[in-house]
Write a protein that binds this ligand. Structure first.
Ligand SMILES: [Zn+2]
Length: 406
């Protein structure tokens, strides 16, 4: 695998004509997202603004997801013409309603009171959108802006200059955040988990609703690829097993009492696949009550074990997304399954020592299968309320990286 710092530097040197070929060969697509250079994030952003998160309003949509309006009090907007002191809504997929929280693996997460620098698109439907999901949100602290996913760290002066002149330090190694806090044993725990002797308690279902299955391995091979990803975690020596429970006709991510894997055309976004989980308050560690995964059918999926350079190995990406179900966050080690980036056209299926340390730390070490339990902890009842500030969430086909994905 080519380290990302080299990817960014090489990208700068390439002509636009060569860019498409280069990316087809070496792009770091993530189980989440394709690594987006700052210049591309910038080019896709109508607004670049710094400010403080003043409040967050969350609500259910009719589709069974929680979305939020994050209200940013703008301190400075070097691009976009937003006045200092203005309060602008930013639309986010995920949030908390009545003690139940929804999170998606690729979305930026906000806290009230946080100082941030944001790459924004819009406004549309009454709100702005963060460009590039988690890659478009920087936390401001100590005179620098740091991205949690890429760990890029920029001075505020660099940020302002980039926003105004579109000149960015890019992915130079020097800009990597050297002070970023690494999690114990270098895995990242989201501080939510399954509880109980058979932690997940319910099997997961798979809907192979993608045309790719016909030409790249067949539906059974697609199911087997995902199950193999689950088995990798089940064989990690932890007290946790995923159990496959059969097919499903569900075609959307939503809170419906079922843990479903499906395909969905999410458009020419940077997102290859996305895990979503719902959890309720419990204590120091909150309790996951449901999970879903959607693979982006815009991209081409392969289960033959021999993906072409522009194809995604289903088992590799599934292993990463199932790691979010545990729930592990993104690892800082590029060799870990839970690293936020995955190279298209390659196999990256084996758990790294960080991944194994993560699942064992969360669920405890065990060498024997865990017996199932017939009981299930009651979960909060979902109440659906009208969205307070904007129309139901729409998956947007974002405009960046148009050359890269034909
Ligand atoms: Zn991820």
């Amino acid at each position: 695998m080519i380290p990302n710092k080299h990817f960014g530097r090489a990208l700068l040197a390439l002509s636009a004509a060569a860019l498409a070929l280069f990316v087809l060969s070496f792009a770091h697509s993530s189980a989440v997202s394709i690594r987006i250079p700052l210049s591309d994030l910038s080019a896709a952003s109508q607004v670049i603004a710094q400010g403080r998160v003043e409040r967050i309003e969350s609500a259910w949509t009719p589709d069974g997801i929680i979305e939020s309006a994050v209200y940013l009090r703008v301190a400075e907007a070097p691009r976009g013409g937003i006045a200092r002191g203005a309060l602008i809504p930013v639309q986010i997929r995920g949030g908390t309603v009545d003690g139940l929280t929804m999170r998606s693996s690729e979305e930026a997460v906000f806290l009230t009171g946080e100082e941030v620098y944001l790459f924004l698109d819009g406004p549309a439907n009454g709100g702005y959108q963060v460009v590039g999901g988690g890659q478009g949100k920087y936390i401001v602290a100590g005179g620098r802006a740091v991205n949690r996913e890429t760990r890029l760290s920029l001075s505020l002066a660099d940020f302002e200059r980039g926003a105004q002149e579109n000149v960015w330090p890019e992915d130079a190694a020097a800009s990597l955040d050297a002070t970023g806090a690494a999690a114990p044993d270098n895995y990242a725990f989201n501080n939510v988990k399954w509880f109980g002797p058979n932690p997940m308690e319910e099997p997961y279902l798979i809907n192979v609703n993608t045309g790719d299955a016909g030409s790249s391995g067949g539906a059974n091979a697609f199911v087997n690829a995902i199950v193999a990803g689950g088995n990798a975690w089940g064989n990690a020596g932890a007290a946790f097993r995923f159990t496959y429970g059969g097919g499903s006709s569900v075609t959307t991510t939503g809170y419906d009492g079922k843990n479903v894997v499906h395909w969905e055309n999410m458009g020419q976004s940077q997102t290859l696949a996305e895990a979503t989980w719902w959890f309720s308050e419990r204590g120091n560690v909150d309790q996951i009550v449901e999970v879903d995964i959607r693979f982006n059918d815009y991209y081409t999926w392969d289960a033959t074990g021999n993906p072409a350079s522009n194809e995604q190995d289903l088992q590799s990406v599934a292993t990463h997304e199932l790691g979010h179900w545990l729930s592990l966050g993104h690892d800082t080690d590029a060799n870990a399954i839970m690293y936020y980036s995955y190279p298209s056209g390659s196999l990256k299926r084996g758990l790294h020592s960080n991944d194994i340390a993560g699942i064992r730390a969360i669920y405890g070490a065990s060498s024997t299968p865990v017996p199932p339990t017939p009981t299930r902890t009651p979960t909060p009842t979902r109440t659906r309320t009208p969205h307070p500030t904007f129309a139901p969430w729409e998956i947007k086909s974002r405009s960046y990286l148009p050359l890269l994905l034909k």
